[in-house]
Design a protein around this ligand. Structure first.
Ligand code: MSP
Length: 548
């Protein structure tokens, strides 16, 4: 199977980690965990996140904290690392753009581009957005939602700037990019984002500056110098984009290129959908398979911003994880997040509603109910259903007993999960997994094993029937837990410990998620009730508050 390489944006070290950063990284984490599960091991999966450290703002913030830019970057990069560790993000590497392994590669790439005439020296005049550190095209500058010639992001006035710059011959790649987009409808997901790019491409592509002059201003001295021209430094965005390649540009990691997916939000689509692929074409590198572009988390309908002070920051996330468990937080982010076109609101009421419906009353309740019955009626030993798995699924007429065909239901859920994963629709993939839990609940309500059990000692037909029902339930829940584990690795692992059913190391998803397959619950093996995975929450309870 093909190697799988997933990336997140590398985050500006100047920001403090918040829900937005954690969201993209958790999304990439779930995708990477699924990819490892599909392949039956971590060997062919590489998941990268990291920090973008050469922005001018780093110099000013560092100075205001009495630190060197690198000391400041070290401190904040460490915060991102610990934030992602807290979120149980399983990245294989964390790249920092100040690392020599990156800066050396950036020099190689720029040299390669110069050799082919794709990077050359010229004059540049344009609209500069100081708050975002980027030049904007005339159209974008004019049509800013905050008024003509203001930053579309912050609304601050743009300034006209001219400078001697190295340029990238972006214009030369316009046709090839258009062709690539036409031939690969899945290159930018969701489709609306692809249309956005196609629309903007019609304006045509001008060559873009890829360097900035180095002056007496200390801020201008921070960054990677142009090879053989210390009077210029490489524009932070170009430096940053190269991280995806530099991190795997070593003999042992080269096989991961090209990435299966670059994940990001809509704010940085243009760089990834236009500039980056053209740089790669100029370098002669294969293009990433997919750019997955999500929308924003907002708070109470408003964009989160420093001025409003309404960030859902790491302390808020930690307070939620403390109260409801980290996996409940991951579940909420993954299933209610802004995966498609619309922004998603982070709200406590919604959180509790989803927590109760999907987790406490869903997988949590269902697993407790089934484990309790097995404990009570079978002394905590996985019951042996009568006959074979095939006979458990279908009667003599080839019809499922009680309309419950475990292997078929689990097969369908797996199929749904896989096809949703293909489009990186993690919310739908997880909904498919959860549908197995709902199906088990319905089956219990229809077959009422707790009523049957009343005659367990008097009616000899009851024991095998009860064994069949409870095996169906427990084995289907086991499969559900496997499919849910990329979202909730901690909670599912604790279920596997109490149920004694961790998937065999090296098992592929096809095996681990097969009802009655090689990783099935073994009849006769002990399983304990354990603590309920999620306790119900009171919708009226106050929102968890950050204590710090
Ligand atoms: N350093 C650049 C990216 C360079 S990648 C080669 C950058 N950094 S950033 O710190 O601003 O991070 C932007 C990314 O953070 C978004 O694309 C998204 O992944 C995540 N989010 C930041 N705020 C967000 C929300 N409010 N909601 C969801 N995700 C957002 O841009």
């Amino acid at each position: 199977m093909e190697p799988y390489y997933a990336t997140t944006p590398i985050y500006y070290v100047n920001d403090r980690p918040h829900i937005g950063h954690c969201f993209t990284s958790v999304l990439a984490d779930a995708a990477a965990r699924f990819a490892r599960l599909v392949r039956g091991g971590p060997g062919d999966v590489f998941f990268l996140t990291g920090t973008d450290e050469h922005a001018d703002k780093v110099v000013t913030s560092a100075a205001s904290h009495g630190m060197t830019p690198l000391q400041w970057a070290d401190r904040n990069a460490a915060e991102f690392q610990s934030a992602f560790a807290f979120m149980n993000v399983s990245n294989d590497d964390f790249i920092r753009t100040t690392q020599p392994r990156h800066t050396a590669k950036v020099h190689d790439y720029i040299r390669r581009l110069q050799t082919h005439g794709d990077v050359f020296l010229g004059d540049y005049t344009g609209w500069w957005d100081e708050s975002q550190e980027e030049y904007l095209t005339e159209t974008v500058a004019k049509d800013s939602p905050h008024g003509p010639y203001t930053s579309p992001v912050t609304g601050r006035p743009l300034v006209k700037r001219t400078e001697k710059n190295y340029f990238f011959r972006l214009s030369a790649y316009q046709d090839r990019l258009a062709e690539h987009l036409a031939k690969n409808p899945g290159f930018i997901l969701p489709e609306s984002r692809r249309n956005e790019v196609l629309g903007r491409l019609r304006d045509g592509l001008a060559d873009i500056p890829v360097s900035r002059a180095v002056t007496a201003d200390p801020a201008s001295q921070w960054g990677i110098r142009m090879p053989d021209d210390p009077g210029h430094r490489i524009y932070v965005w170009i430096d940053a984009l190269f991280n995806y390649l530099s991190a795997v540009d070593t003999p042992d990691r080269r096989r991961f290129w090209p990435p299966a997916v670059h994940l990001m939000a809509k704010d940085i689509l243009w760089f990834h959908a236009v500039i980056w692929p053209c740089l790669l074409m100029a370098l002669g590198e294969p293009l990433p398979r997919t750019l997955f572009v999500h929308s924003y988390w907002v708070r109470d309908g408003k964009k989160m911003s420093k001025s409003l002070g309404n960030f859902v920051d790491l302390d808020v996330l930690k307070a939620y994880a403390d109260r409801y468990s980290l996996d409940a937080l991951r579940w909420y982010l993954l299933t209610q997040g802004p995966l498609a076109n619309t922004d998603a609101d982070f709200s406590h009421a919604k959180f509790v509603e989803v927590y109760n419906a999907d987790l406490a009353n869903g997988i949590g309740n269902s697993t407790s109910r089934v484990a309790n019955m097995i404990d009570k009626y079978f002394n905590g030993v996985v019951p042996q259903p009568p006959g074979t798995i095939e006979q458990l699924a279908l009667d003599d007429q080839g019809l499922p007993h009680d309309r419950f065909n475990g292997p078929a239901l689990c097969g369908e859920a797996l199929g749904g999960v896989l096809s949703n994963l293909d489009r990186l629709d993690l919310a739908s993939a997880l909904a498919d997994a959860l549908s197995l839990v709902r199906r088990v609940d319905l089956y219990i309500n229809e077959t009422t094993p707790f009523k049957l059990a009343k005659n367990l000692d008097t009616d000899p037909t009851v024991r095998p029937r009860l064994a069949a029902i409870l095996y169906n339930c427990a084995e289907t829940l086991r499969v559900a837990s496997v499919l849910l584990s990329p979202a909730m690795p901690g909670k599912m692992a604790s279920l596997w410990r109490t149920w004694n059913c961790a998937p065999t190391p090296g098992a592929t998803l096809a095996d681990a998620a097969a009802f009655g397959g090689p990783c099935r619950l073994a009849p006769g093996s002990p399983m304990t009730k354990g603590e309920p995975l999620f306790m119900r929450a009171d919708p009226a309870e106050p929102e968890p508050r950050a204590t710090a």
